[in-house]
Design a protein around this ligand. Structure first.
Ligand code: SF4
Length: 299
């Protein structure tokens, strides 16, 4: 009997709720985004894991669960920052121990993806990495700088196109409210440009939650950041969607903290989705306010 205890992840995307979770790296090597602080919150500093330990985790998970999983997710924040050769070993071992896996996915920072050669990304795809989740958050350089995201509009487009060229599925996460009340139009408008250039398979929408321990919370107190209003968030969603021309992308507000759960294929269902937003905005004010108050603020 294998006595090795596999390590656990801090977070995973909602779409990976039923996936086998494999910790390839601990925490986030960047860990500077002003709005984030998730790994500080959970007290997880960044450190790399040895290949031997990760492979032992996979062996122990296989003994514990058998071959029941059809999807797997690699964490924590940015495994794609590791050497391709390391990840290929992990992917091959996973495929060997869990032959029923149809999908293996990972978080990846755009800067890490942009640094990888097209050959390395294709080799990862061939080794079995099928989907990458990128928290692009914003395509607006001003917002990216303000939030210390450590990437740029150009890099986002470059990274996105490279991933799409491999045939891997790409999820881009947009964060409503990240430009605050002052930069919301630039935030949504410039983000639409990135999404139109890349046309990722999934455009996933999240709403900014300012955790009291995040650096952004300090900016809020000093007045350097003015938080977006609930109604402003809905207008921002509408402005983003209006600017999209991303044929083939799926648009999904698939998180509990979104004020509106709009979901559909672009461009065919764009008008239907805009219709849902307009119908909500046409409701009496007290109904809209009651709705905003009913939505939880969660990470
Ligand atoms: S948002 Fe992602 S890249 Fe930025 S600090 Fe948090 S985990 Fe790291």
């Amino acid at each position: 009997m294998n006595m090795h205890v596999p390590e656990q992840l801090v977070i995973r995307p909602p779409s990976e709720a039923k996936s086998l979770l494999v910790r390839v790296v601990r925490g986030c090597h960047w860990n500077r985004c002003a709005f984030c602080g998730i790994y500080d919150l959970f007290g997880v500093p960044y450190s790399q894991r040895s290949l031997e330990d990760v492979l032992k985790d996979i062996d122990a998970l296989s003994e514990r669960y058998g071959d029941i999983f059809t999807t797997a997710f690699l964490g924590d924040a940015d495994p794609l920052n590791l050497d391709a050769s390391f990840l290929i070993e992990v992917l091959r071992h996973l495929r060997l121990k869990f032959p029923r896996l149809k999908r293996i996915t990972s978080y990846g920072r755009a800067s890490s993806l942009a640094k990888k050669s097209q050959e390395d990304l294709s080799a990862l795809s061939e080794a079995g990495l099928n989907r990458v989740h990128v928290g692009f958050e914003s395509g607006c350089d001003q917002v990216l700088r303000l939030q210390k995201k450590g990437t740029s509009q150009r890099q986002l487009v470059d990274a996105g196109r490279k991933v799409m060229a491999t045939g891997m599925e790409l999820s881009f996460y947009f964060l409503l409210g990240l430009g605050g009340r002052d930069l919301w139009k630039e935030h949504a408008g410039e983000s639409a440009k990135v999404l139109n250039e890349v046309k990722p398979h999934f455009i996933r929408i999240r709403r900014l939650y300012i955790h009291p321990l995040s650096r952004l919370s300090e900016k809020l107190k000093t007045g350097d950041f003015r938080e977006q209003t609930p109604e402003g968030t809905v207008l921002e969603l509408k402005y983003l969607l209006e600017g999209l021309d991303a044929e083939g992308s799926t648009f999904a507000c698939d998180h509990a903290n979104n004020y509106l759960q709009v979901f559909g294929r672009l461009n065919a269902e764009k008008d239907r989705m805009l219709g849902i937003i307009d119908a909500f905005l046409a409701l009496p004010e007290r109904q809209r306010i009651a709705h905003y108050e009913s939505i939880p603020s969660v990470i």
